[in-house]
Design a protein around this ligand. Sequence first.
Ligand code: FES
Ligand SMILES: [Fe+2]
Length: 377
Amino acid sequence: MGTMSYAEGDVRTIEAEGNPARFARGWHCLGLADRFKDGKPHQIKVFGSELVVFADTKGELNVLDAYCRHMGGNLAHGTVKGDSIACPFHDWRWGGNGKCTDIPYARRVPPLARTRSWSTLERNGQLFVWHDPQGNPPPAHVTIPDIEGHGSPEWTPWQWNSVLVEGSHCRELVDNVVDMAHFFYVHFNTPRSFKNVFEGHIASQSMSFTPRKDKRTLDFGDDSVTQSDASYFGPAYMIDEFHADIGADEPLEAVLINCHYPVTSNSFVLQYGIIVKKMAGMSDEQAAALAKGFGDGTIATFEQDIVIWKNKTKIDNPLLCEEDGPVYQLRRWYEQFYVDVEDVSEDMIRRFEFEIDTSRAAAIWEKEMEDNLAAER
Ligand code: FES
Ligand SMILES: [Fe+2]
């Protein structure tokens, strides 16, 4: 053993700029809508600020800045009174549109008494809030699609989880879209095909995989083949449709939501939900148990990622090999959400397709699994 020395210029160095100070433009899911409909105000720390969510008498959800424009009271500690949120400090009332509706002790409401109200969307049983540093309303074509199975008696209700990830920017999570090889090493699946398409505000990943025979996260049996079709709609909300051939008459169908919202520029809340289609002859309880099993497997999946994120460093110039996905193009796509709308360039949004030839990697992984299993015997 000797020590090799390299000339300074031969060594690859890691480049990394600080995290962007601004937060992405787009719809961000804050969680299941019902959670906010208990008649109480809810405080959410998001986009580096504090917001309050409350339901009005029609059950519609409103989102305002949490801090009262009178003297800074925290509206999330207040009370919902009719269609307004009442501040705990001096009882000023604020409507869902941000206008001060009443000051019970005052002769009149100052005409300019208005706080910031956020555009909301309720879809798929979830609450979304629109964030745009320029203050523009959401364009009609930038929306969150309906999920067919949601609300259908043939599907289970959402199995929902959320976790705060500190010390990481949410770009780490989005990188997963193109990262073929980590599915084997981190998530214990063996990718068999892997393709990305980016266009406009949507980034998709289609992958088929089989389980790792020597290690497992989701266990549908050695011969199961799962097709996963996932798309980000904007910067922070992914719908992932699973079709798993588990040796039954029909495939197992599930929809996974993988979404997040930034808390600060160096932390985010990761949320994920699962619904599963009830298979023929399956009772509600069995279907719920299946969703729970799928949910637990998914928790494990995200925990595997989180350990990596917590311990890795930010890298703006990843060194790639042929079997890696289009990381740079994905980040270019992601960049559109961090610049002003008028600065969104053609190369951020034009259609881009890339398919990885997984055959060589899969053959090598096949051998590695056999070797590991043989060593265990
Ligand atoms: S600070 Fe909110 S009413 Fe005075
Ligand atoms: Fe991952």
